[in-house]
Design a protein around this ligand. Structure first.
Ligand code: XMP
Length: 329
């Protein structure tokens, strides 16, 4: 509406007055709604002094890199460097089974890549980038530091439970957080005004550590990543075809590191099982498992076993949050 248009124009003014003509600004895009809308807004304000990076950590969904890069480039004309660091991430993660260790390694590797990106810009332009764009929302701000009385604007720490994790301390970047007074639905509205495709704005959230939190244990075991990508794609496509994608907060597949017996064709198989999870939620803090129709589940299960090699059993996760978390790790 008109109000969000005013918010946009005001933000653009603020960004233009803040960022000097020599300043360069960097932004890490996750493929999610918040970082994309924030970057699009900053790009509208300062053009090609914004430099975005998208990191393929080897833990992305089926065709995720191609899909988000297409949106960034074709729909939004954002200046994005795509860094394929999958080999690097996966070799660091090999043999690691502890969930917290996995998260730490992913966070640390991300910083290495981001640092190299910033250094590359420094070489190119003869000065360090000055600002960092983050898609922090208002709920993140209140969560990290309660607002003092009247004003909604105040400083705060970067949330640790965040896609971008921490950033190198010696980088000394000043933050641009154009969404920090907005709620999620307002960000979607702003995104619409900025011509971000509606299908993109409605995407389910996806965790920073990616498929790593959906493979209990070593993410490099067997064909786990490949199996998960195929199963996830079939599940999500079926959900879209059934017209229920927008009712669901998140839906995904989990690789179960267990082999069970099956019979496929006239052969006995000893293959992996997968779990399907779908929840409804307002904010991810609590969640209810989603009631699918039996026919839907039957079709999806058959399709998965028929087309994904290495899977002979499909389970459904029927726990809410609490007592479970949404992700399995
Ligand atoms: P849980 O599993 O804690 O997840 O119930 C709540 C919401 O947060 C997402 N999530 C993450 N997002 N980095 C992220 O950016 C993470 O490490 C992470 N862990 C969980 C999860 O997908 C759900 O939307």
């Amino acid at each position: 509406g008109w109000k969000m248009k005013d918010v946009m124009e005001e933000e653009i003014k603020v960004i233009r007055s803040m960022v000097g003509p020599q300043d360069h600004v960097i932004c890490a895009l996750s493929g999610g709604v918040d970082s994309t809308v924030a970057a699009t807004l900053v790009h509208k304000a300062i053009g090609d002094r914004l430099h975005c990076v998208f990191v393929d950590n080897g833990l992305l969904r089926y065709k995720e890199q191609e899909r988000v890069m297409e949106t960034f480039e074709r729909d939004l004309h954002l200046p994005v460097t795509c860094v394929d660091a999958s080999v690097q991430f996966l070799s660091e993660l090999k043999g690691v089974t502890d969930p917290e260790k996995k998260r730490k390694i992913i966070g640390k590797e991300f910083i290495v890549i981001f640092d190299a990106f910033a250094n590359g810009l420094q070489k190119k332009f003869g000065r360090k980038p000055t600002y960092l764009v983050q898609g922090t929302l208002y709920p993140d701000v209140i969560e990290s530091c309660p607002p003092p009385g009247s004003g909604r604007t105040h400083s705060h720490t970067i949330k640790s439970h965040h896609n971008v994790g921490g950033l190198p301390k010696d980088m000394k970047l000043k933050l641009i957080e154009p969404l920090k007074l907005l709620f999620k639905d307002e960000v979607r509205e702003l995104g619409k005004i900025l011509d971000v495709p509606v299908s993109f704005l409605k995407r389910h959230p996806f965790p920073g550590p990616g498929l790593a939190v959906r493979i209990p244990g070593d993410v490099t075991q067997g064909n786990a990543l490949d199996i998960l990508r195929q199963v996830d794609e079939i599940f999500i496509q079926a959900i879209k075809d059934a017209g229920i994608y927008d009712e669901i907060w998140q839906a995904f597949a989990v690789f179960l590191p267990v082999k069970t017996t099956g019979v496929q064709g006239d052969q006995r198989t000893h293959s992996n099982a997968v779990a399907l999870r779908a929840v409804t939620s307002q904010d991810g803090m609590t969640a209810d498992w989603y009631y699918f129709e039996h026919k839907f589940l039957d079709d999806v299960s058959r399709k998965i076993c028929n087309s994904v090699r290495g899977v002979n059993r499909v389970c459904l996760d029927i726990t809410s949050k609490p007592p479970s978390t949404i992700e399995w790790e």
